[in-house]
Design a protein around this ligand. Sequence first.
Ligand SMILES: [Zn+2]
Ligand SMILES: [Zn+2]
Length: 174
Amino acid sequence: MDKYNLNEKSKIRSVFKIAGPITLGVGVILLIIAMVDFFGVFNGNGGFPTLFFLGFIGIPLIGIGAAMTQFAYMGKIARYTAGQMAPVAKDVTNYMLDGTKDSISGIVSSVANEIKAPSATPSKCPSCGETTNPGAVFCDHCGRPLFKVCPECNTKNNPDARFCQKCGKPMGIY
Ligand SMILES: [Zn+2]
Ligand SMILES: [Zn+2]
């Protein structure tokens, strides 16, 4: 299946390699004809620029031809530069994200830290009074939960809280 797709793609590429420049060339010629006609009319004899419509065919043809040429030849370049990095799409994504990656991961890790370890400092278990480890969810002495997370706003509440201290919503069973 993959091989078939690859063959199909390279077949399309080889067609584009010829058709692309031809389309591009035809587009340019049509555009030139249209321009010459247009300015010829302007400079001289009056009347309508009868061949001007060719420009409206030529411009899209240039675009299509350029795209086809780019597809045919850029594929080769991209594959060459990508080298052994197999999924090119992933590579491109990584490249695009490269600038923002650090800031995003910074935000993500700080959010994750806030959820995982709301209190960085050691605190006392509300059930048994033992000192708990920072980031602990359950007391390592009595096994009781050290806090309850609000299902509405994710705020940390006391384990026996019935309503969220921040948003006032019922805390549910957990
Ligand atoms: Zn405890
Ligand atoms: Zn809440």
